[in-house]
Design a protein around this ligand. Structure first.
Ligand code: NAD
Length: 317
């Protein structure tokens, strides 16, 4: 069986990617140091002989016996709460960690895919964001540990491609949601869903007029897989361009959960982008990418998972 290695495998996206790679017929080595991930996300694979888990910080060199067809680098604290708590770890995993993944890909002749981010565009002055836009990132602001690490990782991948001819792929992921997100990771979907499930007021930042686009996890993985199979070396946006204000999103959560909880407004965090929306023309032209799951449907699909886990967490307290 061909094999791939996935870093960040115990995280939200990484664990779903493990499932997808297994379904695609690959054996999978999942690597994670559990800084923000949880082995619960991989518990369903405990008896799957095609999956191996390695508890390791990818800032240490990656040693693998035998062949590898791919290295997917999904390791990094990813929510603002997490990278504010772990700024140095975030910079290190984006730089040293990515370097180790690229070295492994070079050694094995494996194709490399980097989970990059819409944060590369910073607080964008071009809307919607197109790959040719170089971004508006504050290099010394509180988000810079994440944004600059991801931008460095893209530069590193391009250097490995140009210098060593490693087959590299750069996926700029836009705000994605689904089951297995941590309820307390501060991102808007788990945060508002779990508050609504618990009957608490929904707190939103600013006046709620800032917009976000929301990508359902299955759509994201479809894009990841198609990009990995494509020939494109330069960054490709993968996301859902349907744009909602945060206030509209909070109202959708209210109607999904079925009761009217109060909406509270708190100050907008520094450098919080006001608008985010991917231009996905490139992904569409390159590999026919088109997200299928509308926000209402995606929320309905993952709502039972969030409900179960919010209640589990409450009963464990
Ligand atoms: P997550 O926190 O759920 O998963 C990240 C995983 O990486 C965790 O399991 C964590 O323990 C692991 N990790 C972090 N540092 C590590 C290290 N040094 N060594 C080994 N493992 C390490 O976050 P996620 O939302 O699943 O994000 C996955 C990737 O996708 C990240 O690289 C993130 O930047 C990127 N991304 C996600 C989104 C999104 O909306 N979810 C958007 C843009 C980019």
């Amino acid at each position: 069986m061909p094999r791939v290695l996935i870093t960040g495998a115990a995280g939200f996206l990484g664990s779903h990617l493990v499932d997808r790679a297994l379904r695609e017929g690959f054996d999978v080595i999942g690597v994670d140091n559990l800084i923000t991930g949880n082995l619960r996300n991989l518990a369903h694979l405990a008896d799957d002989s095609r999956f191996t888990f390695v508890n390791q910080d990818i800032c240490e060199p990656l040693k693998v016996e035998g062949d590898l067809a791919g290295v997917f680098n999904f390791a990094s604290p990813a929510s603002p709460i997490d990278y504010y708590e772990y700024p140095i770890e975030t910079l290190r995993v984006g730089s040293e960690g990515t370097l180790n993944c690229l070295e492994l890909a070079r050694e094995k002749g494996a194709r490399f895919l980097q989970a990059s981010t819409s944060e590369c565009y910073g607080d964008p002055q071009v809307h919607p964001q197109v790959e040719s836009y170089w971004g508006n990132v504050n290099p010394v602001g509180p988000r810079s540990c994440y944004d600059e690490a991801k931008r460095y990782a893209e530069a590193l991948a391009m250097a490995y491609h140009r210098h060593y001819k490693v087959e590299t792929r750069l996926m700029r992921i836009f705000n994605t949601y689904g089951s297995r997100m941590r309820l307390d990771d501060g991102r808007v979907v788990p945060s508002l869903l779990s508050k609504a499930i618990r009957g608490e007021a929904l707190t939103i930042f600013g006046d709620g007029s800032q917009t976000r686009s929301f990508t359902y996890v299955d759509d994201l993985l479809e894009g990841a897989w198609r990009l990995w199979e494509s020939d494109e070396v330069y960054p490709v946006n993968v996301g859902n361009p349907e744009e909602y204000t945060i206030l509209e999103f909070a109202e959708k959560v209210q109607s999904l959960v079925g009761s009217q909880h109060e909406i509270l407004f708190s100050p907008l965090p520094k450098d919080d982008p006001l608008r985010r929306k991917p231009d996905i023309t490139k992904a569409n032209k390159l590999f026919g990418y088109e997200p299928k799951v509308k926000l209402n449907e995606g929320l309905e699909r993952c709502f039972p998972w969030f409900k179960e886990h919010a209640l589990l967490e409450d009963s464990a307290k």
